[in-house]
Design a protein around this ligand. Structure first.
Ligand code: PGA
Length: 252
């Protein structure tokens, strides 16, 4: 049985003080959610240290939203995977569509980031997803296949065992438009098939999360699908009650 995961991508929101409060509120309400659900919160870099301390012993894991594509050195403004891991952070989101779109991240960059994250013991939450034009042209399966093949296929089986995949259709992120549960299931099953081709039965263990305007009102329907193992939540993760309610999408 795959673990269920509800991960909150806070993006560039909250001050460190607000972030600690938000993390504590999630920790305080976690007992009302099925113990089958693992919660992860992904605050900005500046909050990681304090949020790790605030969530210690609560069962809530912490993720970074990005890491550098170099190990160390003269890369002004970058934060390395080793620095992040040294704080007790367990995960890192890589390849989010906002990073691909606004910061020019390519598969070449992401191969380097994945290798560094894994070498430092971080578990990557690797994001894939098509934009609206690609969806309308019927190319969504091809786009996602390429994003997996160009990056995840370069991993060893040992590395692959630590990867979480997040399917986030770009047209659904922050737009209020959600993929239907059927659309999500179609592409999640496809992603698992693409992973199975390279990694065999290990693909059955890979959590595949849905992201894109996931909220309390649609989470249960999405999570009811066999290949939807949880969610990567943006906007709704900034309100503890909503984030927890999404977790309740998995029946106790
Ligand atoms: P959203 O963002 O839930 O605000 O649509 C999801 C994401 O980008 O991870």
């Amino acid at each position: 049985m795959r673990r269920k995961i509800v991960a909150g991508n806070w993006k560039m929101n909250t001050t460190p003080v607000e972030g600690v409060e938000l993390a504590k509120a999630v920790a305080a309400g976690k007992g009302e959610v099925c113990p089958c659900v693992d919660f992860i919160v992904a605050p900005p870099f500046t909050h990681l240290s304090e949020v790790v301390k605030a969530t210690r012993g609560t069962g809530i894991a912490v993720s970074a939203q990005n890491c550098a594509d170099e190990a160390k050195g003269a890369y002004t403004g970058e934060v390395s995977a080793a620095m992040i891991a040294s704080l007790g952070v367990e995960y890192v989101i890589l390849g989010h569509s906002e990073r691909r779109q606004y910061y020019g991240e390519t598969s070449a960059t992401l191969n380097k980031k994945m290798a560094l994250a894994l070498a430092n013991g971080l578990r990557p939450i690797y994001c894939v997803g098509e934009n609206l034009a690609e969806r309308e042209a019927g190319k969504h399966l091809d786009v996602v296949t390429a994003q997996i093949e160009e990056v995840v296929y370069n991993l060893t089986p040992e590395q692959f065992a630590n990867v979480i995949v997040a399917y986030e259709p770009v047209w659904a992120i922050g737009t209020g438009k959600t993929a239907t549960a059927e659309q999500a299931q179609e592409i999640h099953a496809h992603i698992r098939e693409v992973l199975r081709k390279k990694f065999g039965a290990a693909a059955e263990q890979t959590p595949i999360l849905y992201g894109g305007s996931c909220k309390p009102s649609n989470a249960a329907e999405l999570f009811a699908k066999p290949d939807v193992d949880g969610g990567l939540i943006g906007g709704a993760s900034l309100v503890a009650a909503d984030f927890l309610a999404i977790g309740k999408g998995f029946a106790k």
